[in-house]
Design a protein around this ligand. Structure first.
Ligand code: SF4
Ligand code: SF4
Length: 442
């Protein structure tokens, strides 16, 4: 079954710029000579290193873990020798301990990477343990540990699972290619999550600019009454989990609530595929598909990349810069992070590397607000961005909080649409940080 044209209120229509890579099959990235694997690449507590300088490691070997309940272990993506532990910046600006490993190029796989048992014999506890040990986290950017997502929803009477294949960020095509090239893995992931909760309904939500993926998955699901592909209008931020739940199920997640509060679990399609690989093959999350794209790169590609490979290594493999680069962004143009170095390692939550040219990156002149109301019209959370931003910029954080600043999902739609080019999202994000830190102290 296929449901069509579903959407949410608000949002913006953006040129999707998918043409750079949408038809390019996933290629395995070149073996990196050295990887920098952050011990903190997830929501929750950082891991402690389980290895030290001069240790030899293999692909899939656990190299970091924590005893905290909210965390996710990390694994080596290469076989080779540990050079040491170094503090480096991750793509989001945090300074994090990284395990530095020199690859021997042999890709020897660790003994622990093997199916744990027959699927039928696995209990729910076994499945949670396998997903945890494999270090599976949300790969759409949120990086929330998957086992915690499942465990914390245990008592929420989950009846619906939605796989997020919207991929609404312009330029990115890693989810698209995963759905086209590994549809069975995506469906198995959906089935596993549905079985875990005994959920009645499973949906795969895909924006209608990916008709080929909609067709492939719809065909694969023929005859499966409890699973459907949902074709969604192409509109940003359709891939935000609350907007997806609204579009697909017509359920409103309460303010500052979670999808589980409306009996729904949302998971990115690549996360579902990684979950399937972990449960069926015992494969930890040590590699992922990354779209390297934009006018500023010579040969845009979709690459299967080992975690810890630097952005610089990926760009080299894509022919390098096309002229003078203006900006290198980890993620998409709406919610990604601008990088100040090419030494940033790829982590589990980075779906793309975007290079904009100098011309494309020119800062636009900020003009006074003309009170056109466009930012209010497009805000998917139904906020009043211009008032929240103005209060935040004048350090009136209590006022900003009263206007529900903390509900802002930092999607960037208001800044995108503003004819005066006001930095609304940045101002609101700054306000949110101040409000959160003030609330922690009180
Ligand atoms: S206020 Fe926040 S949620 Fe609303 S459009 Fe702006 S960035 Fe998005
Ligand atoms: S879109 Fe820009 S100019 Fe229009 S009301 Fe909002 S802040 Fe003001």
């Amino acid at each position: 079954m296929r449901l069509k044209n579903l959407t949410f209120k608000g949002g913006v229509h953006i040129d999707d710029k998918k043409e750079f890579t949408k038809d390019k099959a996933i290629e395995r990235a070149m073996e990196p000579e050295i990887v920098y694997i952050p011990l903190h690449q997830h929501v929750g507590a950082p891991c402690k290193a389980l290895v030290k300088a001069k240790d030899t490691v293999k692909v899939g070997q656990k190299i970091g873990d924590s005893e905290a309940s909210l965390t996710a272990p990390v694994h080596s993506s290469v076989s080779g020798v540990v050079k040491g532990i170094e503090k480096l910046h991750t793509h989001d600006g945090y300074r994090v301990d990284c395990v530095v490993i020199e690859s021997d190029g042999l890709n020897e796989v660790h003994e622990s990477v093997k199916p744990k048992a027959d699927l039928e014999s696995l209990s729910k506890e076994d499945i949670i343990e396998i997903i945890r040990e494999a270090g599976i986290v949300g790969m759409g950017g949120a990086s929330f540990p998957m086992h915690s997502k499942l465990l914390t929803a245990e008592d929420a009477q989950i009846d619906t699972i939605i796989l997020n294949g919207a991929e609404c960020e312009p330029y990115l095509t890693s989810d698209h290619r995963m759905m086209l090239e590994n549809p069975e893995l995506v469906i198995t992931g959906l089935e596993l999550i549905m079985n875990y909760f005994d959920a009645k309904n499973g949906y795969i939500g895909i924006e209608d600019n990916k008709k080929d993926a909609i067709d492939v998955l719809s065909k694969k699901l023929e005859g499966r009454d409890n699973m459907s592909v949902v074709s969604l209008k192409t509109k940003f931020p359709q891939g935000d989990s609350y907007r997806l739940v609204d579009s697909v199920c017509n359920r409103a997640v309460p303010e500052r609530g979670r999808c589980k509060d409306v009996h729904t679990i949302v998971s990115n399609v690549c996360t579902a595929a990684a979950t399937a690989e972990a449960v069926l093959e015992g494969k930890p999350l040590y590699e992922r598909v990354v779209t390297v794209t934009g006018k500023g790169v010579k040969e845009p590609k979709n690459l299967l990349v080992k975690i810890g490979t630097t952005i610089g290594d990926l760009l080299k493999q894509c022919g390098g810069f096309n002229g003078r680069p203006g900006k290198v962004i980890a993620g998409g143009p709406m919610t990604g992070f601008t990088q100040y170095t090419l030494d940033t390692p790829i982590t589990k939550g980075i779906a793309g590397v975007l290079v904009l040219t100098e011309e494309e990156s020119k800062a636009e002149k900020v003009l006074p607000c003309i009170k056109c109301g466009k930012c209010v019209e497009v805000c998917p959370v139904h906020l009043e961005p211009m008032f929240i931003a103005a209060n935040a910029l004048h350090n009136r954080f209590d006022e900003a909080e009263k206007l529900h600043a903390l509900s802002c999902i930092e999607c960037g739609s208001c800044s995108y649409i503003c004819p005066s080019k006001r930095p609304l999202t940045e101002a609101i994000a700054h306000g949110k940080k101040e409000i959160t830190s003030k609330n922690k102290k009180s």
